[in-house]
Design a protein around this ligand. Structure first.
Ligand code: ACO
Length: 448
């Protein structure tokens, strides 16, 4: 089996969004805090007629139809999500409705969850299956679906929502370089959801930022070591064309890329320019602990990495800046962004991915890109993703309405015996939506 990876992709996000600029005014924070400070433009959110199940149904149905995939050809279905609707019944089982209809119930896989990392775990499961002896020749299907909502306060502007579906198989245009994977897994309390009566996480914002950057350093070092052992030469950021980061908000992505640059400097990579080396020299003696706290280092490394950020990272930031943190879908929405922006020049190039889930689990891995063959060609993927049109057709909602929607969903979370408004006026045809939850907590969906 050659070039196992992503054959096809589709993305769905709710038609409603709130502008970060308006949210700043509404929340009474200093002007620029969310737009420049966090680097975010707008944030997608689900209203009461949508949730992670309806979004995943919508995106799976859409992918199968648009790429003309017979549902019988799916042999494994894996879901990544951290939005808990049921503590036992997997989201995968709701998706089975689509396959049962076509007489296909022979599909392995369930849900994976660990904060924003579940989608990556699901993806690895599918890729490993296709590469294994138990593969039966059919496709794998990965779904990342999340609605990220936070309690009122500083974390609220870092929410978001989306679902992404990815078809997995051999001879893929986005194929895994499986040998270069670097992980860091550890026990920390940076972001977690211990209160089962609430959809909101408990979050130590500052700690989560440091944990993210520590995990990044560690994964990058393992990734580089594995590359160097196999290739017999040093790896530096110049060996990849794009870096795609899990994106809770854009500022952290800017800091992350600068951090990789600083790592290259510490690893004495010959690709670090003389001028940059001089600028980073004052920070060469910092302990790693000190380096995470140093504002001066942060500024200096962001400055020297700026030109490379513009070419290697900026094209990946479109959807995460527009939609916000989509948890498990964030990293893959960033991948979709670079495919959307750069598909004409991607063939032959390498994309490095960094997946982070609080708690914590993290992996750096890489893709090699090729043109692919119809219907799995890059240009077809771009036209099916249809990113620009989907973004343009969204409806901007006032912050007051966004807050009211969240309030309503706080009451609905874990509740039974209710009917939604069934107001589908903003939904596109083909979108699944929640109609009611009965006295046995059973959820019912319809398609517009
Ligand atoms: N103009 C420009 N920039 C501003 C302004 C302004 N008016 N006001 C503040 N800023 C800057 C700050 O300097 C800061 O930038 P810096 O990090 O470069 O210093 C940035 O805006 C954010 O301001 P803070 O005061 O640090 O923000 P606060 O602590 O209130 O909240 C946080 C930010 C911690 C990220 C919060 O939104 C949060 O907890 N989010 C959820 C946790 C999260 O996403 N963690 C990331 C990894 S884990 C995961 O994926 C869930």
């Amino acid at each position: 089996r050659k070039d196992v990876g992503i054959l096809a992709m589709d993305i769905y996000f709710p038609p409603t969004c709130v502008l970060q600029d308006e949210l700043e005014n509404h929340d009474g924070v200093s002007k620029g805090k969310y737009t420049i400070g966090l680097g975010q433009d707008s944030m997608a959110f689900c209203t009461e007629v949508e949730d992670v199940i309806s979004m995943s149904l919508t995106v799976v149905k859409s992918l199968l139809e648009k790429y003309k995939i017979d549902p019988k050809c799916i042999g494994r279905l894996e879901v990544g999500s951290e939005t808990v609707i049921d503590k036992s019944k997997s989201i995968k089982t709701w998706l089975m409705q689509i396959f049962e209809e076509c007489g296909n119930t022979d599909i392995e896989g369930v849900d994976s969850s660990n904060a924003c990392y579940g989608g990556t775990a699901a993806l690895f499961n599918c890729v490993n299956w296709v590469e294994s002896n138990s593969w039966d020749g059919r496709y794998g299907l990965v779904v990342c679906t999340d609605s990220a909502v936070y309690a009122e306060g500083p974390a609220r502007p870092t929410g978001g929502a989306a679902a992404i579906a990815m078809l997995i198989g051999p001879n893929a245009p986005i194929s895994f370089e499986s040998k270069y994977r670097g992980s860091r897994m550890a026990h920390v309390y940076d972001f977690y959801k211990p209160d089962l009566a609430s959809e909101y996480p408990v979050v130590d914002g500052k700690l989560s930022q440091t944990c993210y950057l520590m995990a990044l350093d560690s994964c990058y070092n393992v990734f580089c070591k594995k590359y160097e052992k196999l290739e017999g030469k040093q790896f530096s950021i110049h060996d990849a064309d794009y870096f795609v980061f899990h994106s809770p908000y854009n500022k952290l992505v800017q800091k992350s890329f600068a951090r990789l640059y600083y790592n290259d400097f510490l690893r004495k990579c010959s690709t670090v320019e003389e001028d940059s080396r001089t600028k980073l020299e004052p920070y060469s003696g910092l302990s790693s602990e000190e380096s995470y706290q140093s504002r001066e280092l942060e500024k200096a490394s962001q400055q020297v990495a700026k030109h490379l950020y513009d070419s290697k990272v900026q094209p990946t930031t479109l959807l995460p800046k527009q939609l916000g943190n989509m948890y498990t879908a964030s990293l893959y929405a960033a991948l979709a962004s670079v495919i959307h922006n750069k598909n004409e020049t991607l063939a032959g190039q390498r994309i490095v991915m960094f997946s982070y889930g609080s708690g914590l689990t993290s992996t750096m891995f890489s893709f090699k890109i090729s043109e692919g063959q119809h219907p799995f060609g890059l240009s077809n993927i771009v036209s099916i993703l249809d990113v620009s049109k989907k973004l343009e057709s969204r409806h901007v909602v006032a912050p007051e309405k966004f807050v009211a929607a969240l309030k309503l969903m706080e009451h609905r979370y874990g509740a039974k015996d209710f009917t939604t408004s069934q107001d589908t006026s903003l939904l596109a045809p083909g979108t699944y939506y929640l109609t009611h939850v009965d006295s046995m907590y059973r959820r019912f969906y319809a398609v517009k």
